[in-house]
Design a protein around this ligand. Structure first.
Ligand code: PMP
Length: 408
């Protein structure tokens, strides 16, 4: 066998496989959350306010449906788009809750979580070099997902003084002739921010004025506690340029089912479907069956929302009292207190809090540069643990203040 000496070699003797990795992937860092939780998992008896998932088990009637389907032998693929009965249920749900009409035959695609839907949406629209705007602090996947599609992530910083809302004026500062799309997520992970009706209208006007596609990640929508709940997709003239992403992980406590969906005008939906059929075939049949059941009532979501709201009120008061000022988030299950006056970076603060008091919170910097100076605390955990965690955080903060004062 002969080798072609003119072909560049990918491997280096002594470093097997090193250069097999695609170059652009080397520049994408691991998630800051994962780094932090590697440290957390090496410790015992940690109270974690770090996890971004509901502490509820999926309601029994939903689990029962999946169990029953398995007993009946539901072990096959479904159609690529997902089960029609589920798409019809989603169409009814989105119309009644968000005021937008999607055709279940051509405009709804069932995916493996919002995670897959997000990947499909971005890949369906981004050409290499296209810029995608998104607001920061943000969910850790947004910038990497845009880069996987060879797009350029353009963060739009939001501020504590504005309750981390996004306005048209902030967007106008970052838009360029290369901007293709805007990605938004309200209520927001990690700040819990929501928008007013005026904000939503301003963002819609901005999107139309610059002829952009809008991707809206609605995963926390059901967990909105007060204020306006206006879906941008329902604003006149927006449906045709919007990709609406949603799923069952948060509002229905179904993270392990890995089920989400993308609603979009037919041509966009068909393009996402093209990618989905090759990379995923379909979402798991048992999860789809469970989701059909999940959509039969809104009462599970309502009782979980009431419980999160109670915990939100408790944790906000306790953190403010402990000297970690936080705005009151109107949605999701996170608070984002300010810790910038303690003379530590958010990573140092989180690490010392873990080492000294065994409480895990995620450093705000994991969610983008403007998250520096903050911590993300999830209150999707038992209230007695939240109470104990806030006592420990208060003790830690008091120690830091004393040492700060006595510093030369
Ligand atoms: N979007 C946001 C804002 C999230 O916080 C998450 C999960 N933490 C996801 C999308 C992904 O959700 P899933 O894939 O479970 O539907």
């Amino acid at each position: 066998m002969s080798t072609d000496s003119s072909k560049p070699r990918h491997s280096t003797p002594g470093k097997p496989g090193r250069d097999f990795i695609a170059g652009y992937l080397r520049d994408i860092p691991r998630s800051g959350i994962r780094d932090f939780f590697d440290i957390v998992s090496s410790r015992k008896d940690v109270i974690s306010l770090g996890i971004g998932e509901p502490d509820f088990v999926t309601p029994w009637h939903i689990r029962q449906k999946a169990i029953h389907a398995l007993e009946q032998g539901a072990t096959t693929y479904t159609s690529n788009r997902g089960m029609l009965e589920l798409r019809q249920g989603i169409s009814r749900y989105v119309r009644s809750q968000f005021g937008v009409e999607y055709n279940p035959e051509t405009e709804i695609l069932i995916t493996v979580g919002v995670s897959e839907a997000l990947d499909l949406a971005i890949r369906a629209i981004v050409n290499p070099g296209d810029e995608v705007l998104y607001h920061e602090p943000s969910f850790v996947s947004y910038a990497p997902e845009i880069r996987f599609a060879h797009g350029i992530p353009v963060p739009v910083p939001t501020r504590r003084e504005d309750d981390f809302r996004l306005t048209r004026a902030m967007l106008e500062e970052k838009v360029s002739p290369r901007t293709k799309a805007l990605l938004i997520n309200f209520p927001t992970n990690p700040t819990g921010a929501t928008l007013t009706r005026a904000d939503v209208e301003g963002i819609a006007e901005f999107t139309k004025a610059h002829d952009l596609i809008l991707i809206t990640d609605e995963i926390y929508s059901e967990l909105t506690y007060e204020g306006d709940r206006v879906s941008i997709a329902a604003i006149p003239g927006m449906k045709e340029r919007t990709i609406f992403l949603h799923g069952f992980s948060k509002g229905w406590a179904m993270t392990g089912f890995r089920l989400g969906y993308a609603c979009a005008p037919e041509e966009l939906s068909e393009t996402m479907m093209k990618i989905h059929q090759y990379i995923m075939m379909c979402a798991p049949i048992l999860s789809q069956t469970a989701a059909i059941q999940a959509l039969t009532t809104t009462s599970d979501t309502e009782s979980m929302r009431a419980s999160y709201k109670e915990r939100r009120d408790f944790i906000c008061a306790a953190l403010n009292q402990a000297g970690l000022p936080c705005h009151t988030p109107k949605g999701a299950f996170y608070v984002f207190p300010y810790i910038g006056d303690y003379g530590l970076t958010s990573k140092q603060f989180a690490l010392r809090l873990l080492e000294e008091e065994n409480v895990a919170c995620v450093p705000g910097s994991a969610f983008g540069a403007c998250g520096e100076g903050f911590l993300r605390c999830s209150y999707a955990t038992d209230i007695s643990r939240i109470r104990e965690a806030t006592v420990r955080i208060g003790r830690f903060a008091e120690r830091l203040r004393r040492n700060h004062r006595s510093a030369p």
